[in-house]
Design a protein around this ligand. Sequence first.
Ligand SMILES: *[C@@H]1O[C@H](CO)[C@@H](O)[C@H](O)[C@H]1NC(C)=O
Ligand SMILES: *[C@@H]1O[C@H](CO)[C@@H](O)[C@H](O)[C@H]1NC(C)=O
Ligand SMILES: *[C@@H]1O[C@H](CO)[C@@H](O)[C@H](O)[C@H]1NC(C)=O
Length: 640
Amino acid sequence: MISTELNAKPFFICIYISFLLFLGHYCSSQKTCPSCGSIEVPYPLSTHPNCGDPGYSLRCDSQSQKLYFEALNGSSYLVTRIMASFQRMVVQPSPWLPGKCVTQDMLVSEGLWLNQTLPFNITSSNTIFLFNCSPRLLVSPLNCTPTSLCHHYLESSGHIEAKRALQCASGPDPCCTFIAGGMPSAYKIRLHSSGCKAFRSILHLDPEKPADEWEEGLEIQWAPPPELVCQSQLDCSGASKCSPSGANSLSRCLCNKGYNWDPVLGKCLRKKKNTRASVIIKVIVGVISIFTLALATAAITFRKSWKNSNQAKLMKAREDMLKSNNSGKPAKIFRLKEVKKATNDFSRDRLLGSGGFGEVYKGEFPDGAVVAVKSAKVGNIKSTQQVLNEVGILSQVNHKNLVRLLGCCVEAEQPLIIYEYISNGTLHDHLQGKYSTFLDWKTRLKIALQTAEALAYLHSAAYTPIYHRDVKSTNILLDDDFNAKVSDFGLSRLASPGLSHVSTCAQGTLGYMDPEYYRNYQLTDKSDVYSYGVVLLELLTSQRAIDFSRDQDDVNLAIYVSQRASDGAIIEVVDQRLLGKEPSVNILKSFKLFSDLAFACLREKKVDRPGMKEVVQDIQSIIQTMDQETVAKEVSVEII
Ligand SMILES: *[C@@H]1O[C@H](CO)[C@@H](O)[C@H](O)[C@H]1NC(C)=O
Ligand SMILES: *[C@@H]1O[C@H](CO)[C@@H](O)[C@H](O)[C@H]1NC(C)=O
Ligand SMILES: *[C@@H]1O[C@H](CO)[C@@H](O)[C@H](O)[C@H]1NC(C)=O
């Protein structure tokens, strides 16, 4: 008897303890984690699999009792502050390596990389300073000028010793400033040996404040947590049910019908019914919108009657302008009625595209002629100007690789220009894979040559030199045989003979713009050569001229490719499909010659760039290199 009693007691104690553990385990699955040192760890952040939400993991170092945010590739960042109600926290950028302007995470992980499948990202409240950068960043879209705020930070924030400040931005090695957030900087701040080697971040930077009052730290936000993790119904409130949910076979307390999950309060709330207040608001909004509509209608009616009286005058002025611009044979004047009919009254399904200054429609005339009709934006005087300019210039030029202008229509409220229709879309869309056919290397060389010929013609063969001013892959159209047709002379100006440059406001497209033109607002034929160089790189790599999904210092294609080239890795950025299985020596040679030509076009100083005529010759000789290969192949086939 005694012995059984003695045996039973530990048995029950054991059961009791395991029951407690069991309960404890269940409760903790929806529990907030304990503080880590002096920092509270609010739900859903999790320092242990048994608390918080496992998707929101942080590391609490057991020895130092400090909280760390772990990024990819082995870097962790000290958490200094958590703002639970905003779902944000602040971490400290990586410590410096002794005596250098390089941070630890540069060596460990090439900067800060977040796992994009986790719910954390970098907020746009952060102004990032990049230090110890390569000089090539000077021509990037980042602000790396001497007036950039990062210089101010280095000199007067008191956070950087004078010696290190000198290393961080000295002479040719700039420091750069940019605002984080958005792709891809929401998930990484990249450092590398040929880019920048350290970064710091300021929260809600106010440039008016003295630099020593700027708050340092990198703010990271997390997505609102999903429903609580549960193992049985015991873990869930009455308004929810423990059910399997989503990935990794976790169960969660999913809210019952009529309830919604409130991620901030962390519970299921009854769905809102229409309250009296919301009904009143709806009525007020309704009344206001009816009133606004009435007012707008009245205004439009008024404008129309005013316009009609001006219309005739305007039309006359435009026709005069067109004539005065046009020294060659006049462009045909189309009637608005016929253009409307041809474009099915400008129906949306005829829209070919919309550019900086208006829209392009496809039109079909009763005689079967297919045209492209370009319209200027309504009421935008500058656009109207650009359109008339374009008509004047285009009706003077005639080259097989320039889009032909058929005429225009100045009757409409917005002037319309009628071009020949080019059937096969833009070079840009082809390179970006919007068509099923892949442009092979030979076709790309042909497009490069024809574009160069068209530009050479504009620069030198025409009566007065014409600068295109907006050479880019979206302005190079292709016909069914993949012949290039250069379009969009909207930004062109006729240069007076004898003037070496035309000084105008900077226009053009980011990523294609001549850096000299940018700085001095000086427009020359060499500005077109620069933009053409960017197109060559697009042909070589099939990448976009500006692409913010590349690393922050690789956004600009010209910089990106020239950097790879100077690392001796040009072949890595060539569109790999052009290489085929076993690229021949000749094809590799042609890539090299082609990229060398592109870099020559992209030279910093315009006097160092070749003229368009030289470019034509260079491309012709590259094509010959390729043809020799074909001959060689044929010969070898014959021998076999
Ligand atoms: C860091 O990790 C990401 C994802 O695993 C990887 O793509 C990247 O190359 C890594 N970077 C370094 C420097 O190892
Ligand atoms: C990113 O997080 C997911 C989900 O936790 C994980 O499965 C994956 O392995 C992580 N990726 C890397 C590169 O660590
Ligand atoms: C960053 O996370 C927030 C919250 O989940 C989200 O709203 C935002 O779209 C994310 N930003 C990016 C660039 O993914």
